[in-house]
Design a protein around this ligand. Structure first.
Ligand code: C2E
Ligand code: MG
Ligand code: MG
Length: 345
């Protein structure tokens, strides 16, 4: 059995009924087992998340228990991952959709765990945020990335812009301006080579405070990007009141663009807003030639996605830059759009 929080009203909560009929072993479950069970499955949610603090019991299989143990082990091992040099970045190129040149790269965290192998960030970022380990990881990450940016851009005629994902916890628990300034100084990375990516939700709790930090970072010359734009508490006011340099259109809007007139209208509006406000628009998750062609025809300047390249290690990324990769357009984009509009897709 696993325990997870029920968020429905107490009076209607099925946990009440379940509690009396549950086996004795469950009633005496230790905090460790509750914790491990919580780790095994994300909370099952009732309709009203905020009101019911009651613990509810849901059956689960042996595989979940294994998973729970693995997650607990991950959480504990994560504390030494930085010191043991188990973290690394993979880099995903960002392409100028007009020229096909690599103009940027997003640094995506990986954890090379001794027993479980290479772990994607979705497996451990949330735990790192919960335990505070994200502060060490973020400090290591910014040092690593800016040092890499300085190394790669030294002697490059047109520098590559590097994007770094920042957690909300880092923004609220450290002086980001002083921290970024210090790290740039130590690594010799120019501020304009660095863009910090944040999700929209980060801006909800303390908009005034966040805006002040953004303004200081922008004055330093560092870029600020809204990641996964359109998926969070989308608020057009962000575009007006935050000094953003970039918007990343979430891949859910890019996916299957050819078959959705509504998505094309939304993307075109975002691109126009970006152009009017002097904010660069980057399309994430471009997987097909059609998606690239349409994004380009809609006026989006930069794209990222498996069509161009999956995230790769630093050696492969350097090789790609040395080879001077340029992915040129293979579609007549305007004609394609006319065809789609004509068919009423
Ligand atoms: P994100 O910043 O939105 O990163 C893009 C994610 O989409 C990456 O997954 C990337 O591998 C994936 N992706 C790229 N191109 C395509 C595509 O064409 N199709 C599809 N389906 N997916 C594509 P990844 O590397 O697993 O990262 C997941 C999330 O983890 C990131 O989302 C970001 O929010 C977070 N993350 C990654 N690195 C860091 C980090 O250093 N610090 C923090 N705080 N979060 C990070
Ligand atoms: Mg990102
Ligand atoms: Mg994203």
């Amino acid at each position: 059995m696993t325990f997870s929080r029920c968020y429905g009203p107490v009076s209607s909560c099925p946990a009440r009924r379940l509690r009396s009929s549950s086996p004795p072993a469950l009633r005496s479950a230790s905090p460790v087992s509750i914790r491990s069970s919580w780790c095994a499955k994300p909370a099952r949610r009732c309709s009203d998340r905020r009101r019911c603090p009651v613990i509810r019991r849901i059956p689960y299989a042996a595989a979940d228990e294994r998973d729970a143990h693995n997650r607990i082990r991950l959480a504990s091992d994560l504390q030494t991952a930085v010191a043991n040099q188990e973290l690394l970045f993979h880099y995903q190129p960002q392409i100028d959709l007009a020229s096909g040149d690599v103009v940027g790269a997003e640094a995506l965290l990986r954890w090379n765990h001794g027993a479980f192998g290479l772990q994607p960030p979705d497996r451990f970022i949330a735990v790192a945020e919960e335990t505070g380990t994200i502060l060490d990881i973020g400090a290591w990450g910014l040092h690593m990335l800016t040092a890499q940016a300085a190394k790669i851009n030294r002697g490059r005629r047109i520098p590559i812009r590097f994007s770094f994902n920042v957690s909300v916890v880092e923004f609220t628990r450290r002086d980001m301006v002083a921290f970024v300034e210090r790290v740039l100084d130590q690594t010799g990375c120019r501020p304009e080579w660095l863009t910090l990516e944040l999700t929209e939700n980060l801006m909800v709790p303390e908009p005034g405070q966040i805006r002040c930090v953004f303004e200081k970072l922008r004055r330093l010359g560092v870029g600020i990007s809204i990641d996964d734009f359109g998926t969070g508490y989308s608020n057009l006011r962000y575009l007006e009141s935050f000094p953003l340099s970039e918007i990343k259109v979430d891949r859910s809007f890019v996916h299957d663009l050819a078959h959705s007139a509504a998505k094309r209208v939304i993307v075109e509006s975002i691109v126009k807003l970006g152009a009017a406000l002097d904010i660069r628009v980057v399309a994430e998750g471009i997987e097909t030639e059609a998606e690239r062609a349409i994004m380009r025809a809609l006026g989006c300047s930069v794209g990222q996605g498996y069509l161009f390249a999956a995230p790769m290690d630093d050696v492969a990324f350097q090789r790609l830059l040395d080879d001077g990769l340029a992915l040129r357009e293979g579609w007549d984009a305007r004609r394609l759009l006319t065809m789609l509009d004509g068919s009423g897709a």
